[in-house]
Design a protein around this ligand. Structure first.
Ligand SMILES: [Fe+2]
Ligand SMILES: [Fe+2]
Length: 249
């Protein structure tokens, strides 16, 4: 099973050449599914969601998305009373999707809150949802949400959420928001953050990036593909193995 993790597309702040290169590269890598962890837009405007949708549909593979903080409108009333309306209308009606596809079991969380400016949160109801959905049997269990549950500025409720995910047997936690690429051991799990896929909002000197995950049995190969010299290229690959105490690089 080949999965593409792309995040922080930020349409409205996109670089057209990188958008075209991203489409070419994800298609060329022949992935089974595309997983999108939020910040599809810059300002949650209809035309920005429509551009993101057009890209995802153009890849021609099933895709699954969760919203990020930039997918909530800035306007106070719209934020308070219809925070995910445009996302639900144009991208996906369910901001917390559950997908079972072959050996994959994926649960997505919506970690943005209208009352939090940029940061995110996982609450008790979401922990119950995770335990119920990801407690079932699967070859590869993935939790996806926009705000990282680890790193410098983890979402509120991260520690409790990670405990629930670990107990449910989650293999991989996919996040965005930080606009930097990270792969790290997280208890028995693997934590992955991908950089911004196609916007100019790069951080830490890292160019635009997306992450390819190749899963087979108890092996997972994680490859970061960076935008360099006019195309996405493989820059960093780590091999992971699953044993009794979880995943090791
Ligand atoms: Fe972002
Ligand atoms: Fe974000």
């Amino acid at each position: 099973m080949r999965l593409a993790h792309i995040t922080d597309l930020h349409f409205g702040a996109e670089v057209p050449a990188v958008v075209a290169g991203l489409l070419d590269d994800v298609v060329a890598q022949d992935v089974d599914r595309v997983l999108v962890s939020g910040d599809l837009t810059m300002r949650a405007r209809d035309e920005q969601f429509e551009a993101a949708r057009e890209l995802l549909d153009a890849i021609g593979r099933p895709w699954t998305s969760v919203p990020g903080n930039h997918d909530l409108p800035l306007d106070r009333l719209a934020r308070a009373y219809g925070s995910l309306d445009a996302y639900k209308r144009i991208i996906a009606p369910d901001p917390e999707p559950v997908v079972r596809d072959g050996g994959l079991l994926l649960a997505g969380l919506s970690s943005s809150r209208p009352y939090l400016w940029k940061s995110g949160r996982v609450d008790a109801a979401q922990r119950s949802f995770l335990a119920a959905e990801l407690g079932k049997e699967a070859e590869l269990k993935v939790l996806m949400l926009h705000h990282p549950l680890f790193g410098a500025t983890p979402a509120r409720g991260s520690r409790a959420a990670l405990q629930v995910a670990d107990a449910a047997g989650v293999d991989v936690v996919l996040c965005g928001h930080d606009h930097i690429s990270v792969r790290q051991r997280l208890g028995r799990m693997i934590g992955v953050i991908s950089g911004t896929a196609c916007s100019w909002r790069v951080r830490g000197g890292e160019p635009q990036a997306w992450t390819l995950l190749d899963h087979e049995g108890d092996r997972l190969r994680i490859t970061v593909r960076h935008w360099r010299d006019g195309k996405f290229r493989e820059t960093d690959t780590t091999e992971w193995r699953r044993s009794g105490d979880g995943w090791h690089a």
